[in-house]
Design a protein around this ligand. Structure first.
Ligand code: HEM
Length: 494
C-alpha cells in the first residue's frame, strides 16, 4: 500500500525524489526546515521538468520549478488556484480560523474585495503617526538598554515587542505597552502562540494535511487554545461596544472594519468574523515584520558599508524634511532595496501553496515538450518553493551575498517578474504589504539614525534556520552589539 502511495507521481508521469518508506519526506524535518526539503526537489529537477513530485507523510505534493508556471498559477490562471489549502476550517470549534488567509473560494473572494480598500496607501497613511508614536517608545527603550560604552542586545525579542505594540494599536486601538513591560498580556500571548507552534512542527503539518480525516474520526481539533479564542473574542466585543457607545474614532483597522459592517448590511460581519480578521492581522503582522527587521539589522551589522550607505540616505532625507514624515519615508529607495534583499534571503513564508479547484493541464511550453502531458489533479497541494527560487544562482548570482543593488529598478527589469516572492503575488498576495513595510521602515529609520550595529566577537556569522517553526524566523534570536552615534557622526569602524 505504501509503495502504491509513493508511486503517485510516477504514475502521473511526474519525476519524483525517492521518499522515506513511512513518512514521505517529512521524516527529515527533525533536522531540516520544510523549505530545505522543497529546495532539494527544486535543485534536482529545475530545468528538466516544470513540476516535480514529493511527499509529506503519505500525501503527494507538487513542487513548481519554473517561473512561467509560477506566473500561470499565481496570476494568469488564478481562477483555478484560488485556495491555499483544502483543510476544512471547522469554524464552530475554531471561530478565529475564519480569516482571510484561510478562507476558501467565494467566501475568500467576497471578503478580500471588501477588505482591500482598508489597505490602500491612503488609509494606511492615517496610521503613520500611531506607528511613529510606538517607534518613539522603541527609541526610549534603546536609550535605557544601550550603555554609553555600547551594549550587546538580543534584538528579535525587542523588535517583537515593537511590532506587537504597533499591531495592537492599529488593529485593536489599545496600548499594549509591551516595550515598557515585557510581561504585558499581548506580548505574553503572542509569545505563547508561537511557542506552541515551536513544540509541534510535525504535528502542525500533520493537522493541516489530515484535518479532514481527524474530523471524520471525531477527534476534536482546535487550531488555537481556548484561551486565545476567548481573549480575542472578548477584546473585540468590548472594543466594538465602547466605540459604538462613545462614538470613538481612531482611523485604525478596527474602525475600518466597523465602517464595513455599518455600510454593508449584506456583509454583516459578526463579532466572530471581526475577531478572526483582527486576529489574522495580529498573527500575520507582528512576527513577519519583527523577523524582517531583525534579519535586516543582522545583515547590516555584517555589511558595515551597506549600513553606512543606508544611514547616509536616512539622514539626508530627514534633514531635508526636518523630521520623519510619511513623505520622507517614501523618499528612501535604498531602504526599500535593503528590505527586499532581506526578504529575498529570509522570506517569511519559505513556500507559497495553492490548490487547483479542477484538474489543471500544464500550459504548452516549447522549452518543456516532455512535460506537456502533466495534469495537476484537483485538490493536490502545489508548493511554490520561494526560498529555493530566491537562492537560485542563475537568478541571483552568489545568492548568499547580501546585495541591495539587486533591487535597483534596472536590475529588477532584467529578471523574471516572479523571481521575487517575499509578499507572494497575484490576487492572493499579502494584503498587509504596505502596512508591513511601513512599520519595518519606521523602526529601521528610528534605530539606524541613532545607533550603529555590529556583530559581537563571540556571535555567529550566519543565522541558523529554525526547523521548529513553519514561518522562517531567527529561532535563536539575533544578538548584536549596539553603539550610540553622535548626531551626524559617520559610522567609522572602531
Ligand atoms: C514584512 C511583513 C510581511 C510579510 C513578509 C508578509 C508576507 C506574506 C506572504 C508571503 C503572504 C502569502 C501571499 C501569497 O500566498 O501569495 C501573506 C499573506 C497575507 N498577509 Fe502578509 N506579510 C507581512 C505583513 C503583513 C501584515 C502587517 C498584515 C496585516 C496587517 C498581513 C496580512 C496578511 C494576510 C491577511 C494575508 C492573506 C491574504 C489573502 O489570503 O488574501 N501581512 N503575507
Amino acid at each position: 500500500c505504501l509503495r502504491h502511495c509513493y508511486n503517485y507521481w510516477e504514475l502521473q508521469g511526474v519525476r519524483q525524489l525517492r521518499p522515506h518508506f513511512l513518512f514521505g519526506h517529512i521524516f527529515k524535518l527533525k533536522s531540516v526546515h520544510l523549505s530545505e526539503l522543497l529546495q532539494e526537489t527544486y535543485d534536482a529537477f529545475k530545468g528538466k521538468s516544470r513540476v516535480a513530485g514529493t511527499y509529506l507523510f503519505l500525501r503527494p505534493i507538487a513542487v513548481v520549478t519554473d517561473l512561467d508556471l509560477v506566473k500561470a498559477i499565481l496570476i494568469k490562471d488564478f481562477n483555478k488556484f484560488v485556495d491555499r489549502s483544502n483543510t476544512p476550517l471547522n469554524l464552530p470549534e475554531n471561530p478565529l480560523a475564519g480569516h482571510l488567509f484561510n478562507l476558501h473560494g467565494e467566501e475568500w473572494r467576497a471578503l478580500r474585495t471588501k477588505l482591500s480598500p482598508t489597505f490602500t496607501s491612503g488609509k494606511i497613511k492615517y496610521m503613520f503617526s500611531t506607528i511613529t508614536g510606538v517607534a518613539q517608545q522603541l527609541e526610549e527603550t534603546f536609550e535605557q538598554e544601550v550603555s554609553e560604552a555600547g551594549s550587546t542586545l538580543e534584538l528579535h525579542d525587542l523588535l517583537g515587542r515593537y511590532t506587537v505594540d504597533v499591531i495592537g494599536s492599529c488593529a485593536f486601538g489599545i496600548e499594549c505597552n509591551s516595550l515598557k513591560d515585557p510581561q504585558a498580556q499581548f506580548r505574553v500571548l503572542a509569545r505563547k502562540l508561537f511557542a506552541n507552534q515551536k513544540r509541534n512542527v510535525r504535528w502542525n503539518l500533520f493537522k493541516v494535511n489530515y484535518m479532514k480525516l481527524l474530523l471524520r474520526l471525531h477527534i476534536k481539533m482546535r487550531t488555537f487554545d481556548q484561551e486565545y479564542t476567548d481573549f480575542f473574542l472578548r477584546l473585540v466585543r468590548d472594543t466594538v461596544e465602547l466605540r459604538e457607545r462613545e462614538k470613538i474614532r481612531r482611523n485604525d483597522f478596527m474602525d475600518l472594519l466597523l465602517d464595513l459592517r455599518r455600510t454593508d448590511q449584506k456583509m454583516g460581519l459578526s463579532v466572530e468574523q471581526l475577531a478572526a480578521q483582527v486576529f489574522v492581522f495580529f498573527i500575520a503582522g507582528f512576527e513577519t515584520s519583527s523577523s524582517n527587521m531583525s534579519y535586516a539589522l543582522f545583515e547590516l551589522a555584517k555589511n558595515r558599508s551597506i549600513q553606512q550607505k543606508l544611514r547616509e540616505e536616512i539622514r539626508r532625507v530627514l534633514q531635508v524634511h526636518g523630521k520623519l514624515t510619511y513623505e520622507a519615508m517614501m523618499e528612501m529607495p535604498y531602504l526599500d532595496q535593503v528590505i527586499n534583499e532581506t526578504l529575498r534571503k529570509y522570506p517569511a513564508l519559505a513556500s507559497l501553496t495553492r490548490v487547483p479547484s479542477e484538474d489543471y493541464k500544464l500550459p504548452s511550453d516549447e522549452g518543456y515538450e516532455s512535460d506537456g502531458h502533466i495534469v495537476l489533479e484537483r485538490g493536490i497541494k502545489v508548493h511554490i518553493p520561494v526560498r529555493a527560487i530566491h537562492y537560485d544562482p542563475e537568478i541571483y548570482p552568489e545568492p548568499h551575498e547580501f546585495r541591495p543593488e539587486r533591487f535597483e529598478a534596472a536590475a529588477c527589469q532584467q529578471r523574471h517578474p516572479l523571481a521575487f516572492l517575499g509578499f507572494g503575488d497575484g490576487p492572493r498576495n499579502c494584503i498587509g504589504l504596505r502596512f508591513g513595510r511601513m512599520q519595518v521602515k519606521v523602526g529601521l529609520i528610528t534605530l539606524l539614525s541613532r545607533y550603529r550595529f555590529s556583530l559581537p566577537p563571540d556571535g555567529p556569522k550566519e543565522l541558523a534556520i529554525s526547523n521548529k517553526n513553519l514561518l522562517l524566523v531567527p529561532g535563536e534570536g539575533v544578538r548584536l552589539r549596539v553603539d550610540r552615534l553622535q548626531t551626524n557622526s559617520r559610522d567609522e569602524c572602531k
